[in-house]
Write a protein that binds this ligand. Structure first.
Ligand SMILES: Nc1ncnc2c1ncn2[C@@H]1O[C@H](COP(=O)(O)OP(=O)(O)O)[C@@H](O)[C@H]1O
Ligand SMILES: [Mg+2]
Length: 338
């Protein structure tokens, strides 16, 4: 059950495993917004994950407006998870969800998103030209967590640097790992279609996309950087109706142009490690877009964060320290050095 209220105030669920269970593996990429490690949950070697750790405070972006990738991604992922759950419920009940096929205004975008809420089921039939939503396959997300600087530093020890502040907590989001495609799977024309179908899906569900950057897509054409889309929840400084209205026209041409320029590579060059000590660690995240629970939508307010929970995580990490030192060898690596 996902209400209109849940869509008004999206909150990302918490990663359900304790940090002790999360084992960081090889280093995938670092900065500007975060460092990304391959990871796995202890005892589940077949389930590859990617953890994006946010190490920077909010930064000045376009026109000097502050933007924080962690916050944007939490909100985006909370919305996408609710949409997926709503589509699953509709499929189970033999229903379809109807939306405006080419939204161009804020109201159309918002109404399209609300079409996924429980309230929409009881509404009168949608307008005649509405279409059933076609779900795109989107990279999975398991929720947010907090990691200790000390554990990240232990992981970087091979480089003889100490890039993070030991006792600071760094917010992170756990995603499903998207592997590189095999040679047979790397078909640029198919990749273009896969990417455009995701961009169309994001547009129809109310997101604005940023300019196309092939680095944010991976595998057979999956979006991995969920800062590349912007929900109207972040306000008009970022979500501009005028841009939203016309963006769908550029999806296919920009992706095709990137493919023509050879940017949709099966395996991009290995990343350069950029490891810096940030004097100013990120602020504690605003809990208004985070759920403490790992269920999809939490109904009751839980009266705020319990310190006990936080302490537990910290001691979990403490205990796990020896193990996380060796975690690089735990996960099979197809992505370059740890
Ligand atoms: N879920 C994932 N699976 C595999 N690789 C990932 C995943 N998420 C991120 N990466 C890798 O990390 C890189 C950086 O991630 P991204 O989210 O684009 O961060 P940023 O743009 O802030 O550096 C990606 O280009 C990709 O190579
Ligand atoms: Mg990126």
């Amino acid at each position: 059950m996902i209400s209109g209220d849940d869509f008004r105030r999206p909150r990302l669920r918490r990663f359900p495993e304790s940090n002790r269970q999360l084992r960081l593996g090889s280093y995938l990429r670092g900065e500007p917004d975060g460092i990304v490690f391959k990871a796995q949950v202890r005892g589940r070697p077949d389930e590859a994950l990617a953890v994006k750790i946010n190490c920077r405070p909010p930064r000045r972006g376009y026109l000097g407006v502050e933007y924080w990738a962690f916050e944007r991604e939490c909100i985006n992922r909370a919305i996408l998870d609710m949409i997926a759950a709503s589509l699953r419920q509709a499929a189970a009940a033999g229903r379809q969800i109807y939306v405006h096929p080419r939204p161009t205004t804020y109201l159309q975008a918002r109404n399209n998103l609300r079409a996924f809420s429980d309230e929409a089921v009881t509404r009168p039939q949608p307008a005649e030209d509405f279409v059933p939503v076609e779900e795109a396959h989107v990279t999975g997300c398991l929720g947010w967590t907090m990691l200790l600087g000390r554990d990240l530093n232990a992981h970087f020890r091979g480089w003889g640097r100490e890039p993070r502040v030991d006792n600071e907590r760094y917010p992170a989001i756990v995603y499903r790992f998207v592997p590189y495609p095999t040679e047979e799977e790397h078909i640029p024309e198919k990749m273009i279609d896969t990417i455009v179908s995701q961009l169309d899906f994001f547009h129809i569900t109310g997101f604005k996309s940023v300019l196309f950057n092939a680095d944010n897509w991976r595998g057979k054409g999956m979006l991995v950087d969920f800062s590349a889309i912007v929900s109207y929840h972040t306000g008009q400084r970022w979500w501009k109706e005028a841009d939203y209205a016309v963006e769908h026209k550029r999806f296919r041409p920009s992706v095709t142009r990137a493919a023509d320029r050879g940017l949709l590579l099966a395996r991009p060059p290995p990343p350069k490690p950029i490891v810096q000590r940030h004097r100013r660690p990120p602020p504690p995240p605003d809990r208004s877009y985070l759920q403490e629970d790992h269920e999809l939508v939490q109904r009751e307010e839980d009266g705020g964060e319990s310190d006990q929970e936080e302490d537990k995580d910290e001691s979990d990490q403490e205990e796990d320290k020896g193990e996380s030192d060796q975690a690089g060898s735990v996960v099979d690596d197809d992505d370059g050095p740890v």
